[in-house]
Write a protein that binds this ligand. Sequence first.
Ligand SMILES: *Cc1c(COP(=O)(O)O)cnc(C)c1O
Length: 367
Amino acid sequence: MNIDDLPIRDELRGKSPYGAPQLDVPVQLNTNENPYPLPEPLVERIAERVREAARGLNRYPDRDAIELRTELAGYLTRTTGHTVGTANVWAANGSNEVIQQLLQTFGGPGRTAIGFEPSYSMHALISRGTGTSWISGPRNDDFTIDLTAAGRAIAEHRPDVVFITSPNNPTGTAVDADTVLALYTAAQAARPSLVVVDEAYVEFSHRPSLLALIEGRPNLVVSRTMSKAFGAAGLRLGYLAADPAVVDAVQLVRLPYHLSAVTQATALAALEHTDTLLGYVEQLKTERDRLVIELRAIGCEVTESDANFVQFGRFTDTHEAWQKILDRGVLVRDNGVPGWLRVTAGTPVENDAFLDAVRELMKEQSA
Ligand SMILES: *Cc1c(COP(=O)(O)O)cnc(C)c1O
């Protein structure tokens, strides 16, 4: 039996699911995870809070996750200097679920979303999953957003949802506030549409967060995650900050009790250890900057990065380069950007292993 023999929706026929390879190799630098395991005192605190939560698992969890949203609002206020409250914040199982809820609410059949590609592939995939038509908007050759071309695409397609990823995945490039404001203005003139700024990597950026832009702009949403900077990809906790009306709107589509009591307890424990976790972020930023410098010294082209990963190239046969690095025990990511691969900043030892592998590859290619 083949999937396509099942009575599935037409637009899903012949499509592939999200599938970053989960291979068992010594050095895994392919999914932008944080390489540092959670510190032991935090592991203990999670166990404590989860034990407490376990005693109440006969009941449904707090459907509105009030305590967690309050703590997330506090974190955003402390780290960005822009005051947000509980009513501005909504949380779900990973920012992927946040994005899904936004698309269920603001996209859907007969509606359209746009992103500027190459960018995070899940924006297109979740659009498809929610029946939202996807438009691939343009970028410049250096992977920055071409404001004129982007504005033209918005005016032409009049999308219902606009995705701006900053820092962008897989390129690492960040977007400045003026660009977001120009795109927001263009999107409001074309339709009014919802503009989603995906800040999954913002804690690693040289630039400040764009969070303050939500003030007075009810159609602007900033999405965040604990998967990257908090080193908690396994937790599955993403959140958004926006006008309280947006939070009210996603209530229409969220599943009741979507965020388990165990997830809420674990996330609250992690937030108690924000300072330690953000300390790892500083180390990773240093390693990211080292990767950029050393890759250039080896002779690679590198895209300037504001994230915890680096896009490097260029290779005439990208897949072959990926395979040769893998043959040396290092898994990086081929995001399908012709000529370019992406490496996540790991521990210094992992990064050295990666740099050795690329050094050998470059020697081989120039020989
Ligand atoms: C990793 C990533 C996410 C995070 O997704 P989660 O579901 O929170 O793990 C969101 N957006 C972008 C651009 C990412 O790269």
